[in-house]
Ligand binder design. Sequence first.
Ligand code: G3P
Ligand code: CA
Length: 231
Amino acid sequence: MKILGHRGAAGTSPENTILSFARGLELGVDGFEFDVQLSRDGEVVICHDERVDRTSDGNGWVKNFTLTELKKLNFGVQFNKYAPIPTLVELLEMLTGRSLILNVEIKTGLIEYPGIVGKVAQLLEKYQVTPQSIISSFEHKTIVEVIENYPHLKTGLLYDCGLISPWLYAQNLGASHLHPHFAFVTPELVRESHLRGIGVHTWTVDEPWEMERVAISGADIVITNYPERFI
Ligand code: G3P
Ligand code: CA
């Protein structure tokens, strides 16, 4: 089972910042999960929430800030550190030359970000990391957009509810992976998915009992805030 750092290594460093990704590298993760939004001037930035309030010293919607304005905020406040918001380009440059798995979660639930799928796909291509990248989203219409326009990209259907035969759902949509919350991971789910060539990546596994459940299931990738607990 591969281990991805959630939002970098968010249990011990400011989530979705370069500090957090650097910490994950130190810990020896197999890759990272992180979230992307668009700034007012169309830059792909790494941030979980649609607003900056929870994770920075500013307030407002990410989409209403230009990149220059976002860069003036401190996204390290939760850990009493200084950490500016990273762009996807900055993260890809930082990770150049490493064969890490990159799980880009596109946050299109609350806000529509026209063109975000194309921008992400082009950057992954430019930095030659498409083969090891997975685009995931809770918004399955965004996943369908990826499948239709970038069929060579891996896709992950995020969900946190009980679905009947999710492996058939993924197969019918043409998604390559299921991304269930760990509470919905069972050996049957993994077996039925693997039989159809569909991978199972699960989140956010932070406690030993959660990891035991997932390990028994045979899932392919586990996403954790605390890679140091499991590596
Ligand atoms: O991609 C797994 C996980 O990050 C999804 O939930 O809210 O942490 O983005 P959330
Ligand atoms: Ca996420």
